[in-house]
Design a protein around this ligand. Structure first.
Ligand code: FES
Length: 104
């Protein structure tokens, strides 16, 4: 459940096909720009807390740079071992040029 939406970036901050990490009221949030759409997830791999923001994006899949687990940025679903637990996702809204993330 979203308690509030926080502005974290503008659309120009994240080129298509890339991810970046921003702070949403102190919560690190990964924003992925995939196929013209924006998605927000946690910046923490559920395998061993790897920094997903340092990983690479392939379509909708973010790959953890530590051991290669992959997650779908749309849903947080695990796509590849060694992770087995999904990553949290956050509500996201693009208002004009600004990107807002819903913080629980
Ligand atoms: S910490 Fe991400 S795959 Fe191991």
């Amino acid at each position: 459940m979203v308690s509030k939406f926080v502005k974290v970036a503008t659309v120009k901050d994240i080129p298509d096909g890339q991810v970046k990490v921003f702070s949403a009221d102190g919560v690190p949030v990964l924003i992925a720009h995939a196929a013209g759409r924006f998605f927000a997830t946690a910046d923490l791999c559920t395998h061993d807390n790897g920094p997903l923001g340092d990983g690479s994006l392939d379509e909708y899949a973010i790959e953890c740079p530590r051991h290669g687990a992959r997650f779908d940025v749309r849903t947080g679903e695990v796509l590849c071992l060694p992770a087995v637990v999904p990553i949290p996702t956050y509500a996201i809204e693009v208002r004009g040029e600004d990107i807002f993330v819903g913080i629980p």
